[in-house]
Design a protein around this ligand. Structure first.
Ligand code: NDP
Length: 250
C-alpha cells in the first residue's frame, strides 16, 4: 500500500542493533527504507546490518555524549545523502530504590534517555525539514505509571512524552510529525536484566497484561512503519501504547 511505502526514505534508528530498535529497524527496512542503526557495540552493529539486508549500515558511537549523538546523525546523512525518519530508541535503566541513587547514576539515565534524545532531534531537524519528516521517540509504560525501582528512568520517560508534544507543536509547520511510542513489557536484553533484578516481575507482567504474554521486538515493527509513513501524516504529538493492553486495564 502506498500509504505505508517507505521506498527512497532514509531512517536512523538509535539503539537499532538489538531489542526494540532492531525490531523497528526491520519493519522500516521491509517497508522499503534504507536504515542506519547506531549503538556502541561493533559486533552487535555488524549482526544487525546483516539482519537488515543490503540497504543498511551501522555507526558505532556513545550517545550519552553530545558529540556522539551529532556524529550519528552526521554519519547517516553522509552515508545515505538525506534523512527522513528518526527513531530515538537508545535507552538504559538503573534499578534501585530512589534513596540509593548517586548523582552520576541519575545523570547517566537522564543523559541517554532524555537529553541525548533532544540533542538528536536538534541535530536531525535541519535534514528533516528539507522534505518534511518523522520522529518516533520511545517512551515506556513508566511514562504513565510509577515504579518503585526506576525513579530516574520514569522521570526521563515522562519527559520524553512532554518533549514529544513540544517538538510536535514547534515543527508541525515544517511538516515534521513527532510522536512517542510507549512499549509495554517487551522481551529484550534490558528486561532480561529487570527479570533478574526484580523478584516476581515475570509473573506480575503476565498477570497484568491482558494479552497474557511479553511483547517481542517484532511486535514493535508495525507502529514504526505506521508512524514513519504517509499513513500518519495528520498524527503528531501523540504517545501510543504498544502494550498488549497493559495500560488499558485498571
Ligand atoms: P536493549 O538493552 O535491548 O537495547 C538498548 C539499545 O540502546 C541497544 O541497541 C544499545 O546498543 C543502545 N544503547 C544503550 N546505551 C547507548 C549509548 N550510550 N550509546 C548508544 N547506544 C546505546 O533495550 P530495549 O530494546 O528493551 O529498549 C529500547 C528502548 O525501549 C529503550 O529506550 C527502553 O527504555 C525502551 N523500552 C523498553 C521496554 C522493554 O520492555 N524492553 C519497555 C519500555 C520502553 P549498544 O549496547 O551497542 O550501545
Amino acid at each position: 500500500m502506498a500509504a505505508f511505502d517507505l521506498t527512497g526514505k532514509v531512517a536512523l534508528v538509535t539503539g537499532g542493533n538489538g531489542g526494540i530498535g532492531l525490531g523497528m529497524a526491520k519493519g522500516l527496512a521491509e517497508a522499503g527504507a534504507t536504515v542506519m542503526v547506531a549503538g556502541r557495540d561493533a559486533d552487535k552493529n555488524r549482526q544487525a546490518v546483516k539482519a537488515l539486508g543490503a540497504n543498511a549500515d551501522a555507526v558505532a558511537a556513545d550517545m550519552a555524549e553530545e558529540a556522539g549523538v551529532k556524529a550519528v546523525v552526521a554519519a547517516a546523512v553522509q552515508k545515505f545523502g538525506r534523512l527522513d525518519i528518526l527513531v530515538n530508541n537508545a535507552g538504559i535503566n538503573i534499578r534501585k530504590p530512589p534513596q540509593d541513587y548517586v548523582m552520576e547514576e541519575w545523570h547517566r539515565v537522564m543523559n541517554i534517555n532524555l537529553t541525548s534524545l533532544f540533542v538528536c532531534c536538534q541535530a536531525a531537524y535541519p535534514h528533516l525539514k528539507t522534505r518534511g519528516g518523522k520522529i518516533i521517540n520511545i517512551g515506556s509504560m513508566m511514562s504513565i505509571f510509577g515504579a518503585s525501582f526506576a525513579a530516574p528512568y520514569g522521570a526521563s520517560k515522562g519527559g520524553v512524552v512532554q518533549l514529544t508534544k513540544s517538538l510536535a507543536s514547534a515543527w508541525a509547520g515544517d511538516n515534521i510529525q513527532v510522536n512517542a511510542v510507549l512499549p509495554g513489557w517487551i522481551d529484550t536484553e534490558l528486561t532480561k536484566g529487570a527479570r533478574e533484578q526484580v523478584s516476581g516481575l515475570n509473573e506480575k507482567v503476565l498477570a497484568r497484561t491482558p494479552a497474557a504474554r511479553w511483547g517481542t521486538p517484532e511486535d514493535m515493527a508495525g507502529i514504526a512503519v505506521f508512524l514513519a509513513s504517509p499513513a500518519s501524516d495528520f498524527i503528531t504529538g501523540t504517545a501510543i501504547p504498544v502494550d498488549g493492553g497493559y495500560s488499558a486495564q485498571g
